[in-house]
Design a protein around this ligand. Sequence first.
Ligand code: IVH
Length: 696
Amino acid sequence: MIELKKIVPVDNLTELEAQAELRYLAKEIAYHDSLYHEKDQPEIDDATYDSLRQRNTAIEDKFPHLIRPDSPSRKVGHKASPAFSKVTHLAPMLSLENAFIEEDIIDFLERVKRFLGLNTEEIEIVAEPKIDGLSCSLRYEEGCLKQAATRGDGEIGEDVTENVRTIQNIPLTIPYAETLEIRGEVYMKHSNFNKLNALRIQAKEPLFANPRNAAAGSLRQLDARITATRPLEFFAYGFSKYPLKLATHFEGLELLKEWRFPVNPLIEVCPSIQDILAFYQKIESLRSELDYDIDGVVYKINSLSLQHRLGNVARAPRYAIAHKFPPQQAQTTLENIIIQVGRTGVLTPVAQLKPINVGGVIVSRATLHNDDELIRKDIRIGDRVLIQRAGDVIPQVVKVLNPERPNRSLPFKFPTHCPVCESYIERLPEQAAHRCTGGLYCPTQASLRLRHFVSRDAFDIEGLGLKHIDSFFQEGLLKTPVDIFTLEEKDMNSSTPLSSREGWGIKSAQNLFTAINNRRNISLERFIYSLGIPQIGQTTAKLLAFHYEKYFQWKEAMQKAAKEDGEERQDLLSINGIGPSVAEDLLSFFKEQHNIDILDKLEHHLTITDIISIAFNDSPINGKVIVFTGTLNNLTRAEAKARAESLGAKVAGSVSSKTDYVIYGEDAGSKARKAKELGVNLLTEDEWLTLIKEFE
Ligand code: IVH
């Protein structure tokens, strides 16, 4: 820790002194933030901490051009903090598929009808404004608010109960004894947001960029007394599970109102597609008059029995869709183009812009996607450009506004070598992206891969934040993921153990080792995702884990498929959702010996659990191979397949000795015959529904 020797009045500071002190303050305040928020061991009292921040603000006010990118005044709120305990939601908090144009909505309704086997009838929809806040789940037990949680990863969120109790329009009791979770959005009204920022100007505190950030920063306060001073509000829109007596979503909203939950007053039942699209137009035209932010509308199938039949795909329900408003746009000047290196070596040109306010958010960078896009739009340094942002999407450059101006700079030339490691840049045939060929030699790629490896949806190692990863990487302490699991052992024999380093203590080092040890058991899908293979996101990792079931089965099949175009490669490509391009990236990973070495070493430190054994333990069709044949009476093929898969079964197109059940409807032909010949279990549609009903 650096000692601040003399306190010079701000007015007497020279520019050099101000610069040095701002550097010191950024480091010092970050150090105390980390002690307070992450390690729960503050070394200074609140008043001393506040005086450091005030000093920082005072110097920045006098020397605004010296404000540092890492200045504490630029940070609002805090990153996920271990201080919030984790809670598992009663049912996953799903996200929504996004639609942007009317055709997407027409497609959605058609898809729903096809799935349900409905031909002509209209399906009743409930249309709701999409509130731009933070989703929150409120658990009531025996009629009392017992727990409130943020969405988190959808399965597990952060416990914000004490903070939520301070939100005035959330009832603390409800007249319902069973345990259930009410779902909705926490938000801040524009009028209150403006008042809050006005107070922060007076208090010389950093301003919130928009009402959503203000709501997030306020909800995730470690001290609920601070949340209590923030004007947060809540709109309820759903349940973890609808109470049994209800038949429609709209009745659910009525019940929520009866229970004194605030429900958005603009919600409407729409019997036809025309009503739906008229609702969208109406809400879009009202948007600027509303005192709260919305970023679109949500359509939900009203009937709960249809909702149930439709079920979910990955992390979104099939029975709902978000119809987003068009992006917000603004004009500014493009000051520079830089090249950013991504985790998988993909190089993205990024526009540095003259900062501009777009729909309440200050934008200073925008993605230019790739070289083709740059050439197609003929974007050059110094151009006046139109930029847009939509929701959480990275801002984009739409077009150049003054392409005809004289003295335009020359077209941007994509570099031939990586700006970080100077490795040669390649462009694969038929791909738009340029890639740095440095692989793990490229420090940016290597540290981004480590970051990915420990990230929330991968190994989720608490206490191994981005800053630690980067500094451990620079020191050479962590080079590959294997080093994470040998860190404690090496630390014991080290002359400079972690606990002796600046910012660390015995407790925090031990906490880190415990967090690492807690993750030595990992599910196969998470493990595959954590490897950071290009194009292998969470959904594809799940598909692979589901198909291969066991880690060693997967690894062996991939190694064989990488070597030759045989049975294993065909099997990989037979997985619904794995196309040739994904397979190529996956197999390229297995063609590299250093990747295999890492897997071989990781195996010694980890227990990688089979997906089947975790997800569908109780299901009678877990891991079974099923074939449907003939015309089913109660459900369409798509629905039958989705329901079987959601219980852990694999649905195949043809009968073989590997088939466990054949479910036959009317006019079942050769497949049923073949099943009989092979002695495969044959079930009628009703027998099948009885078998699975209990487990759904
Ligand atoms: S329903 C299963 N209704 O939008 C359906 N979500 O993009 C899950 N949101 O995480 C959500 N207003 O935070 C629903 N009227 C509304 C909503 C709404 C805002 C948010 C919610 C969700 C996100 C999905």
